[in-house]
Design a protein around this ligand. Structure first.
Ligand SMILES: Cc1cc2nc3c(=O)[nH]c(=O)nc-3n(C[C@H](O)[C@H](O)[C@H](O)COP(=O)(O)O)c2cc1C
Length: 365
């Protein structure tokens, strides 16, 4: 199955790098892996610019785009959504900002990953149209499958369609909607996650959707974990957290330093950043929302709109204890700063060693 996925993606190594940084996408593809740009927080114009930059940097090498296609959310104009945020919630954020001396956001920092722009089905349609126009190799949708007409338009341009899932039931839905590749993401992962661990999920999903190839995601930051994922029936792996501390990543420096010292127990699956359960780095921000006096998180996208300025301001003004960002439990393995190429080479060489050991061990079974 690994051959099958390499052919589908047109890359040399079965390692996908999910990232928000165009430079990481290009570097991963250049090194023989497969870069995927997380486009959820881009405007169509920003995505067009990013894909043009990637095309120039990696000679149109194969890469993909990932979008979040939300199935349920509160709809409306920004003003209408703002009006639905209860005073109790606004007061809670104001008090939190005061307690940690977070000055007001002036907007000079780059848009942070949470709440900066509102994700709607119409917005995703525009992003997918930009990606198709660039003839990207792969488009993956998370949260839900893309509508039929978009899937057909992408496939007619030779784009491979993938679906990111946290359960076998959702994997089947994506395959029924035309997915040719499934990313099975365990609860250990950064970002929106389900509750099932990678160890349990991979064989379940691989069996459910065979012969459609499955990439394993969630908690993979070493070569032995890649070897394990392949043994579980995955055709390759999809990693996110491990690229956050690479030289090419656009992770703000203070957050990079927090990630390098964090342990695997320093993440939390919390609704406090977007309104949906997202695994992020534990910080004074997530702790406050988990405290007994906190109001319940609002539905998406209201929660993201509510907290966006506070989180963005923590980066703008260097309030380190509030800073948070999506990261998985594999954060405990992030121990320094390396290039994307070095990271990929290390993963592959460790995986080779583990697979050779597995061969040796098999004589005892
Ligand atoms: C900063 C960050 C943001 C993420 N945002 C998204 C996203 O927008 N869409 C998505 O499908 N996955 C997103 N993910 C999850 C990754 O696609 C991937 O499944 C996950 O990182 C794999 O687990 P790992 O972090 O343990 O490697 C994000 C991951 C990180 C690190």
């Amino acid at each position: 199955v690994t051959n099958q996925v390499l052919e589908l993606l047109g890359c040399r190594h079965p390692v996908v790098a999910f990232t928000h940084a165009p430079a990481v996408v290009a570097a991963a593809t250049e090194a023989g892996g497969f870069g995927v740009l997380g486009a959820a927080r881009f405007s169509p114009e920003e995505l067009d610019d990013a894909l043009t930059a990637i095309d120039a940097a990696c000679g149109r090498g194969p890469y993909g785009v990932d979008v979040l296609y939300p199935m349920s959310y509160v709809a409306g104009s920004r003003a209408a959504l703002e009006a639905q945020i209860p005073t109790e919630h606004r007061d809670f954020v104001t008090k939190l900002a005061r307690r940690h001396e977070v000055p007001p956001w002036t907007g000079s920092s780059t848009t942070h990953e949470f709440g900066g722009n509102i994700i709607t089905q119409e917005g995703v349609r525009e992003l997918v149209e930009v990606a198709i126009a660039h003839k990207v190799r792969l488009i993956v949708s998370a949260l839900g499958p893309l509508p039929n007409d978009l899937v057909a338009a992408a496939k007619s341009q030779g784009v491979v369609i993938g679906g990111m899932v946290g359960s076998a039931r959702h994997a089947q839905k994506h395959v029924d909607a035309g997915a040719q590749l499934i990313v099975a993401q365990g609860t250990e992962a950064a970002g929106h996650t389900g509750e099932t661990t990678t160890m349990v999920l991979i064989p379940e999903v691989a069996n459910a959707v065979a012969p459609v190839p499955v990439l394993a995601a969630g908690g993979i930051a070493t070569g032995s974990q890649i070897a394990a994922a392949l043994m579980l029936g995955a055709a390759g792996v999809w990693c996110g957290s491990v690229w956050l501390t690479t030289d090419e990543s656009d992770t703000p420096e203070p957050l990079k330093r927090k990630l390098v010292i964090a342990a695997s127990t320093d993440t939390v699956r919390s609704r406090s950043t977007t309104g949906k359960p997202v695994r992020v780095l534990r910080s004074a921000f997530t702790e406050a929302w988990g405290a007994p006096d906190a109001p319940p998180a609002l539905e998406a996208p209201l929660q993201g709109i509510l907290v966006h300025e506070l989180i963005a301001s923590s980066f703008e003004h260097g309030v380190v204890e509030i800073m948070t960002g999506a990261v998985g439990q594999s954060v405990g393995y992030l121990d320094g700063f390396r290039s994307v190429r070095e990271t990929l080479e290390r993963l592959l060489s460790e995986a080779g060693t583990s697979l050779a050991q597995a061969d040796e061990i098999s004589q005892w079974l």
